[in-house]
Design a protein around this ligand. Structure first.
Ligand code: BGC
Length: 758
């Protein structure tokens, strides 16, 4: 009797908890009514995401018999398909040929622009311009939705401190504060807080979590870190994206605390839903459920059950959910309520998009012409590109160049369209991009330009083969390296200045493109050395998806402009900056090491108990025998054609109470000969606290345009939360005591003030 009562009470508790969750999950009457009609098989069908292939597949598997599967009610969404007509067809099958007529989610990877390709995300983040970043995401959404897509697999917000990892190109770099601002801007841009608008789409924050911390910088490798590091340094951008309203999350390939993210209950439920209150849906990465077999977590049925029980809602490509979940329900390994809940989340997303009202909402065949690749969109791409460039060195003020100069334009990337868009731009058409050669001619029609390739990107044909998986990026010339070099030197003979476009082919970074040697390939190093020897002014326009090791090049008498992979308007934007129509303003968002041995390297390092002396070597200190601790180029660094001076740093109060904000003021003057934009940066040092503090960590920034000679007072606010960190109990707290702040143009800023938190 007692037992029966207990069981009954338990039943009541579970039932009401179930309702509570359903209510929290925004009980939408239409969705609840639909769920009531659905069979278990139909619910499982909604959890299945397929790609028919034809686009770029990022794994070795593509889905088969997609049409039949849709008709059978076995598909919740598709990706890798585009075009309003094709998508109308797919929706028609789903709506007219299935019992319940549930429309499909249509996903895509729109990482840095749809057809109007913007610079790669690491480049874009170097603009430190959140309005600009939001606008690029908004345009990406407008173009993608015009082509039928309603769900984007972006933003990628993984913190990356190891430039060997090729996917550092896809994120905003090393810093959680900046990364969080970028994450929010992108979610705002894609979703515009209104998914019923036909020009917005669902944002997916990825790859949850810690994917950027793969050991050795090798893609898909193990990650492992303490919870305090996770919470303070790696998780903030995911959380920021979720707080900004991202409707979906993608689980990562790696393991977290020994459990692959796609089957990690702590990550997908305890943290994501219970602690952070995320109410959207979680999709796996490409076959990441199946890959848990290789991780050593069991067979397909076991890993699929593990995933759904952990809180994963949708299975990308692998079809483990489709083929095993019913069996797991029958065997009591997964509850039907768990499946209903996952299905509910997918249906809610469809509902929020307005697909139940109008499944053909994104199938207006008039829109592509009207919305895609417009002049306004391309202008934004040009602006974004030039704001992403970072000037490393301006030898003898070679830059800006005269528009009537005699220019030898050399280098394997100078006349390449294939490499302009950068990695992860499968929706863009490289042939529409403006090469550097074309851009220089467009912007300076009176310049005399002589072009010579000068070198191959690399002379290594087996390396080239790996880089060319998606098509020719690294083409090895029939001519010998010596002949190529001779042509470049010949072109240089009559030139006033040499511009060499060198660096990485687009697919030398990105997914599955990790490198152990991140220097410029030797074939190009030879060219650069020989150009430097000519005694002519040399400008390197350096292209890469990651921080490179350029210790040798920085030592040569050359100027260096880092241009990442600039996107569709590449050449025009590069020309704008080289000829001074735009004064470079970008600043690094990831540290550039002197050599691979310094990695991982980032600005917010701790002091250790044995900090290195500022000069020289001292035994028993935390330093290397063969290289300094300091990086080659610091986080936040970037020059301009003008110079900026910082004076009068002040804090609004020398003592503040818990919960109070504090204002920081500084006078910034343009002391050089050009108008320009400076990115003013604020770093914080919590002098004493219960967990060893970083020596400085970014807590604010502002882009300030200053005419030459002009001074502006810049006011940055440190909010109460900016003083907080996750302590040993993972509570987000600010501890009383002294704080130091540093303000300046990079992470070595020397202007200092202090205040006390009581
Ligand atoms: C990548 C994801 C991407 C997915 C779908 C995977 O290989 O890791 O970033 O969204 O493919 O294309």
């Amino acid at each position: 009797m007692k037992n029966t009562l207990r069981k009954f009470l338990l039943f009541l508790a579970i039932a009401s908890f179930g309702t509570a969750v359903a209510q929290k999950q925004q009980a939408i009457p239409e969705v609840e009514a639909l769920l009531k009609k659905m069979t278990l098989e139909e619910k499982i069908g909604q959890l299945n995401l397929l790609t028919p292939g034809g686009g770029v597949a990022t794994g070795s598997v593509v889905s088969k018999n997609v049409e039949e599967k849709i008709k059978a009610g076995n598909v919740g969404g598709l990706f890798g398909v585009s075009g309003p007509d094709k998508i109308r067809q797919a929706q028609e099958i789903a709506v007219k040929k299935t019992r319940l007529g549930i429309p499909l989610l249509i996903g895509s990877d729109i990482i840095h622009g749809y057809k109007t390709t913007f610079p790669t995300p690491l480049g874009l983040s170097s603009s430190w311009d959140m309005n600009l970043i939001e606008q690029t995401a908004q345009i990406a959404a407008k173009e993608a939705t015009a082509d039928g897509i309603n769900w984007n697999f972006s933003p990628m917000v993984d913190i990356a401190r190891d430039p060997r990892w090729g996917r550092i190109a896809e994120g905003a770099g090393e810093d959680p504060y900046l990364g969080s601002q970028v994450a929010k801007a992108m979610v705002r841009g894609y979703q515009q807080k209104d998914l019923t608008n036909e020009a917005t789409m669902i944002a997916t924050v990825k790859h949850f979590a810690l994917y950027g911390a793969s050991e050795g910088g090798r893609d898909y490798n193990t990650t492992d870190m303490s919870r305090v590091r996770m919470f303070n340094e790696y998780l903030p951008p995911y959380k920021a994206a979720i707080d900004a309203g991202a409707e979906s999350v993608m689980s990562s390939f790696n393991d977290v605390d020994g459990v692959p993210a796609s089957g990690n209950k702590w990550l997908l439920t305890d943290l994501l839903r219970d602690k952070w209150g995320f109410e959207g849906f979680v999709v796996s990465d490409y076959t990441s459920v199946n890959e848990m077999i290789a991780h050593g977590m069991g067979d397909l049925q076991a890993v699929s059950a593990l995933s759904i029980n952990a809180g994963l809602d949708m299975d990308m490509v692998g079809e483990g959910f489709l083929t095993t979940l019913k069996k797991s329900v029958d065997e009591g390994k997964v509850s039907e309520e768990t499946i209903t809940q996952a299905c509910r989340r997918i249906l809610v997303a469809k509902y929020k998009l307005g697909l139940f009202k109008d499944p053909y909402k994104y199938s207006d065949s008039k829109r592509p012409k009207r919305d895609i690749l417009t002049d306004a969109n391309k202008n934004l791409a040009r602006e974004a590109a030039r704001k992403s460039f970072v000037l490393f060195k301006n030898e003898n003020n070679t830059l800006p160049l005269s528009k009537t100069a005699k220019i030898a334009l050399v280098g394997p990337l100078a006349d390449s369209k294939n490499n302009m868009l950068g990695t992860w731009a499968p929706t863009g058409d490289p042939q529409l991009s403006v090469s550097i050669l074309e851009g220089l001619k467009n912007v300076a029609p009176n310049a005399q330009i002589t072009y010579a390739k000068g070198a191959n990107i690399s002379n290594d044909s087996s390396f080239a083969k790996k880089v060319n998986v998606f098509g020719p990026r690294l083409e090895i010339s029939e001519e010998s390296p010596e002949a190529l070099l001779a042509e470049a030197l010949k072109a240089a003979e009559n030139a006033d200045v040499i511009v060499a476009v060198v660096g990485e082919a687009s697919e030398m970074s990105g997914e599955a493109a990790s490198r152990t040697d991140i220097s410029i390939p030797e074939s190009q190093k030879v060219l650069i050395r020989e150009l430097a020897k000519t005694g002519k002014p040399v400008v390197l326009a350096l292209m890469s998806g990651r921080p490179l090791v350029i210790t040798e090049e920085l030592d040569l008498p050359v100027s260096i402009l880092q241009i990442w992979h600039p996107g569709i308007e590449a050449g025009n934007a590069v020309a704008d900056v080289l000829f001074g129509d735009y004064n470079p303003s970008g600043k690094l968002t990831a540290t550039w090491p002197r050599n691979v041995g310094q990695i991982p390297i980032y600005h917010s390092e701790k002091n250790t108990g044995r900090p290195a002396p500022s000069e020289d070597f001292e035994k028993f200190k935390s330093q290397y025998l063969d290289a300094p601790n300091a990086p080659l180029l610091a986080f936040g660094f970037g020059l301009s054609y003008t110079t900026f001076d910082y004076q009068n740093l002040q804090v609004s109060k020398k003592e503040i109470a818990q919960g109070e904000a504090i204002e920081v003021r500084v006078d910034v003057t343009n002391t050089g000969a050009y108008d320009g934009t400076e990115i003013v940066q604020l770093y914080l040092h919590d002098v004493v606290r219960s967990l060893t503090p970083p020596m400085r960590t970014l807590k604010g920034f502002e882009n300030v345009f200053l005419k030459k000679g002009e001074t502006k007072t810049v006011v940055l606010t440190l909010e109460a939360d900016d003083l907080k960190f996750y302590n040993g109990s993972l509570d987000f707290v600010a501890e009383a005591g002294e704080f130091e702040i540093f303000v300046g143009g990079d992470s070595n800023a020397s202007l200092k003030e202090t205040f006390t938190l009581n």
